[in-house]
Every structure is written in C-alpha cells, then in structure tokens.
Design a protein. Sequence first.
Length: 548
Amino acid sequence: MATTRTQGVPAALLVGGLSAIVAVAFGTVLATTQDRGAMRRQIYAEALAVVENEYAEPLDAHCTNAAPCGTEAIVYDSIDGMLRTLDPHSSFFSPRDFRALRERQEGRYFGIGIQIGKVGPDVVVSSVFEGSPANRAGIRRGDVMARVGTENADNWTTQDVVDRVKGPKGTSVEVGIKRPNVDGLIGLTVPRDEIRVPSVRTSFMVDGVTGYVRLQDFSEVTINELRAALTKLKGAGMQQLVLDLRDNPGGPLDQAIHVASCFLKPGEKVVYTRGRIARADEDYAADSSCSGYLDVPMIVLVDRQSASASEIVSGAIQDHDRGLIVGETTFGKALVQTVFSINGGAGLALTTGRYYTPSDRLIQRPWDGSFDEYLTYMYRDQNPTPTHADSQAHETDSKRKVYAGGGIEPDHFVVGPVEGYDPTRFSRLLMSRAYFVGFAQRFSRVGDDRPGAKAPANTHKVDAGWKVTDAYVEEFRNYLDSQRVKIDEAAFTKDQAFIRAMIHFEVDVDLWGIEMARKNLSAVDPQLRAALGLFDESKQLLATRQKP
C-alpha cells in the first residue's frame, strides 16, 4: 500500500500538467464513449427482440405464479450473468429478492417468523425464530406447510407460501401443518407480527467470569444488540469475553466499524477501502458508539465460513493486539459491495472497492475464472501450518507477523468446521441433510401446552436436564436405517462425541431455544473449550497495549 500511495503524488502532478490538452480533447472522448454505449445497448436490445420474436415457443409459456418469468427473467439473468464475469460477489437482485435483502439488512419484517425451503414437492419449515408467533404457536422445524388459508399447498414454491403468510401486523393467517408420525393436519391460527431477525443469537456466561456472545451476522441493528448483550454480561460478572464470529457471513460495513469500536480506542484504525473511483477511498476509525470494554481480555472465534464484516472485526482486533483470534482461517472476502437501486424495484450489488486491515493487509483470496475453487473453499480441509510462500508479511502493533491474501489466519489454529467439531465426511453429510433435525422431532418437552405442540404417542418427553443415552444413539442409528442411509460403521464410532452433541443440540433448539442449546453445547464444543484455555495469553497481549 505504501507504494500505491507514493505513486499517487506524481500522478496528480501529471494530470495538472496535461489539463489544457484534456480540455481540448474532452468533448471528442465523451462523444465517442456515448456512441459506444449506445451501440452496446442497441446490440443487447436487438438480441433480446430476436429471442422474444423467434424462439421456438413463447417465453412465458411455462410461467406460473413464480416471478420473475418470461422476458423479465431473461433480462434479470443476463444482467446477473454480466456481473458474474467480474467477480464472485457482484450480483443482481430482482425486485422480490431486493426486498428480501433489505429485510435482512434491517433485521425485521412482518410475518409469523419462519424460514422455509423446498424438499421434494413440499415446502418445509427450516427455522423458527425465537419469540415469534410461529414459535409461540408450536411450529417446529421439519413441519410441512400443507395448507395456507383455504388453499392446499401441494407443489407450491416457497415464494407461494411467503406471499400468503406475510401480511399486515395484527392480522392472522390460518395454516395447516403436516408433521411426521402425526395423523392429519395440525390446524393453527397464527397472528402476524413484526419479526426481528437478531444478529446476536445468544449471549450468556460460560462460567463465573467468562461472557460469551454469538454474533451470527451483521444487520442495521447489530450494534444495539451487542451493546445490550455486553451490558447484560457485565452485570452478571463478566471479566473476560469470547466473541464468536463462526459461520458469520458479514453485512453492512458501518456495523463492523461499530462492533470493533466496542473493543478499540476511539481513533484507532479499523479498516480502509480503496477503489477505482475517488469516493471508494475511505479510512474508518473506531468511534464512540460503544465503550466500557477496552480492558476486557477477549478471544475471537472464527472459522472458514467467517467472511467480510467478520473479517474486518477480527482483522482489526488482531492487528491492534486487542485479543487472540482462535479457530480456522477465515473465508477471505475483502470486496466492498455498493448496493444500487435499479428502476422497477430491482437492485444491483457492485464491487466498488477492496478493504484493508489496519496493518495494510488485503485479505481477499484470489479466484479463477469460474470461481469454482474460490466458492468451494469452505469444503476443503485447511493446513494448520501454512507456508506463506505467496503471501506478503505485515506486522501488528506489537510487531507480530500477520499475512495478506488469504483470509485472517488465527493466532491459534483449532480445526472445527461443524459446530466446533471436525467430524468425518459421513457425519458432515448427516448434518448437511438435516438428519439430526429430523430425529429431534421424536422428542417433546414435558408440560409443553402450545397449540401446535402435538406429538405422536411414542415421542420421548424430556425435561431441561435430559441426557443423550446409549439407547437414544441406537435409536438414531435405526432412524438412519429407516431413511435408507448407508451407515459407515467406522465413522459412526469415531464421531460418537459429535453425534451425541448434535442430537442434544438439535433437540434443545426445538424444545428450549437456541440460547439453551448453545449453552449446553458450549460445555463440549472443542474449539470453544480450546479457546477458554488461552485467556492467560490474551491477558498478556492486552497488557502490551496498556504499556505507556
């Protein structure tokens, strides 16, 4: 970066020396550029017209209720295809997708509080937000949305369900839920309400002195939620903190600045961006949006799916020696996307710059033309001792070596791509295909009287202190057999700790919510347990910042 800044001075002088020539030639250059732009637009319009008029069947011949469709879909897909030739992250959003993006960024919408996905012909509940109307009604993950209002949802798309379930706050929607091993539909009247999608999914005391905050993503409400969580933990006796950024894909840049500001001194650099146009060049420093935690020793947990804003926060913490980074090397996304509103309610996220950590590290990983290697990074095992043959060395404030060009490398590498564990390929497959979630439906909570809490007679009724017994593990094996899963016996034996932990975790999520589930998991999570043993080093690192 020093070289780039140095080269900027003579360039500015050169432009000044050629100003008269530029003024004379400018009109010709502008006219030529406009002519070329008009020609390109004409080529596209003519190609689209040929497709519309001459294709073997009308473009809207197979359109359903799904949108976009026909010519609209071709236009949207062609724009997205254009952007995909640039980098892996520039993308186009249809009006529907753009509204969904804005809802995620704002962290709220009006509905019943579920996420859904398509499984074969069914639309299935994949997540239920805590405290939402759906949660209060007793809707569970794995439930099939079989009816909405008076309409059967056979062969509906997820958007068909979304369009009917969302609505004004204070109104209600009738739904019919199909649940495995429960006869008939479970009919529910669920009120619509404002649904807040939290960034801070959980915060609790791991022990008498250690606070834990799980920051799942970044949205426009992140800093408010983080301040509230830290205040709660400080009141509970927190003397040291684990900030968990695992699986956090990022979000708005300003929220990353605010989060880092909770732990850095006002004025310390958090990140800076550089791009082709002048307005892409910005330096960002810690502000006063969050204070009171400068002296709290901290460890930041990251993994291969921590990206973007997560890397801004962890990079600033590492560069300023504010805390230890523990886990796996992060994803390596250092591209700044600016979101532009397009006519008709559509949106375009365009890469307008790159960001750099305070030590001048560009953490963006390179990509090939197809992006295949780049996008499959999270599925490949990592080298715990990278050679840095192609990486440029940089220094933290205390002269520790850190490296550019491939994500944020942890100070202590602890493998753990799946909930802190490193299971075999077989068990990763069980997790990715939601077999643990499916098995969790065999459990119900003692005293659960929610309208939709209906369960089969053979359901295991458990209380908050339940344990995963050998009998439950054997039943899980039989469940896999019933799902026609070929069991890898060696992997099933090797992954016993992981399998037991995931059975417990998914049942806890369904019956008591994510906070209790994470709290119970924290007792056995290998990455987290390793991190807790490193606080003496974290305290020593913090002491180097406090020396005069």
